[in-house]
Each structure stands twice: as structure tokens, then as C-alpha cells.
Design a protein around this ligand. Sequence first.
Ligand code: SAM
Length: 256
Amino acid sequence: MEKVKEGDHVLLYDGRKRKFLVKAEYGRQLHTDKGIIELGELVNRIYGTKIKTHLGKEFYILKPNFEDLVYGLFERKTQVLYPKDIGYMIVKAAISNGSRVVEAGTGSGVLTAFLARAVAPDGKVYSYEVREEYIELAKRNLARVGLSESVVLKNKDVTKGIEEVEIDAVFLDMPNPWEVIPSAFHSLKHGGVFLAFVPTVNQMEKTAIRLREEGFHFVECVELMLRNYRVSVIEGVRPSTLGIRHTGYIISARKP
Ligand SMILES: C[S@@+](CC[C@H](N)C(=O)[O-])C[C@H]1O[C@@H](n2cnc3c(N)ncnc32)[C@H](O)[C@@H]1O
């Protein structure tokens, strides 16, 4: 049975709706509407057991998963991608341990982290970003989840060219992905996959048309709809009224 070590990130969960990502550290407290928890008291507790607040309310002590860590720990200064879109993009790109992928722009590094996790330990993500402050931000964020070794951060404008060749996939989350299509075609290996995420239909159209002109095959444009449901024996089952609405469109294509 695994115990909490000092400095571990721990997910405290009330068993219903409330969850808090905290660090097991002496001298720090978590204040909740159900009372205060001394975070030092988490050290040496067994994961899966419970801890009480000073008001006697219980919270489960859980090990956070990768999604908890990325969305809980990463500083976000840009728009970031969400699981519904990232999951689809990773499946379409057909990447796994050992794959070499190019990404732009890095932004806060959320997509970068999921890509790095997919290609680690033998693969690499080459991530282009024009703004130096976002390179520094992504560097800090990736270190928080132990993925720095799998990412090469490049403070460069990707529209000026991709330096890597024989790449498995190119991921673009930036305003003008069509400007990268010729160099993506050059850098991808046979069967390599191009993916772009854009917030407007106009950008999607421009990207898809350019992909066909440049000789890509299997050009597909999609929007993914995600609907969460509330399931309650008393109140019945219905779609939740809250949640993220529009995110964007995904264009995928393959190099022949
Ligand atoms: C929406 S953010 C990317 C967010 C990222 N996918 C994430 O999940 O955290 C778009 C980023 O693209 C960068 N960018 C825009 N044009 C670029 C270019 N030509 N080359 C490299 N980066 C670029 C911007 O500076 C910005 O940081």
C-alpha cells in the first residue's frame, strides 16, 4: 500500500463534487467550506484512506492522475486545449512511444505535455513558439510533470520553416496553420499526419483547401461535441447546464 511522501501532490476529494489538488507539506493548511486540513498530516497516510477537517468532515486522499496534474498545476497564460480535442488528435496522429512530432505554438504547454507523455520515453516533441515568455512558461510547466527531457522547446516562428525531417506528425494550434503546410509536407515522413486546431470555420476552410492544393490526402474537418450528463436517482438524468461550449475545429490530413 502506497503512502503519501512529503512533497507529493495529493487530490483531496469529498466523495461528491469537491476536489482539491494540494501538496503534502508541513506548516501549510487547506481551507475549505467543510473545515481546515493540515497538509503536513497527509505525510505517511495511505492513498485511498480518508482524512478529517477540523470540523470532522472527511476527504479521500487520492493520487492525482496526469490530467489532474496538467490542468491543476500548469500556469495558463494562453488558451489551452482540452481532453476531448487532444484525445482525438493523438488518435488521428497515430503516435506512441518513440514517435517524433513537431508542434506549434507551445503556448502554456498543455498539448505539449500530452504529446510528450504519448511519445516518451524514446520519442521527442519539437515545440515551436514565437514568444519567449511562453517558452519560459512551458519550461516551468513541463518540469512540474517531469517531462522536460521529452521536449525540445524552440523559440522560433514556425512559418519560417520546420527544421526537423522524417517527422511522424505535426500539430498546430496557432492562428495561421495554412502558412505551415508546405514545410509540414517537406518534414513529414510518408504517411505522416498533419493536424491543426482552429477556433473559426474560416480558418478551417483555408487550411483544408491549402492541404489539398499541397498534395495531402484524407483531409478531414471535424468539430467534436461533448455533453456531460447529471445522473441522479432523485432528480433524474439530464444534460448538465454548465461546461465548456465551443472550443474549435480540427483538421487532419496525411502525407502520401
Ligand atoms: C492558443 S496558444 C497554444 C496553446 C497550447 N496548444 C496549449 O494547449 O497550451 C497559441 C500559441 O501559438 C503561438 N504562435 C502563434 N503564431 C506562431 C508562429 N508562427 N510560430 C510559433 N508560435 C506561434 C502564440 O504565441 C501562442 O503562444
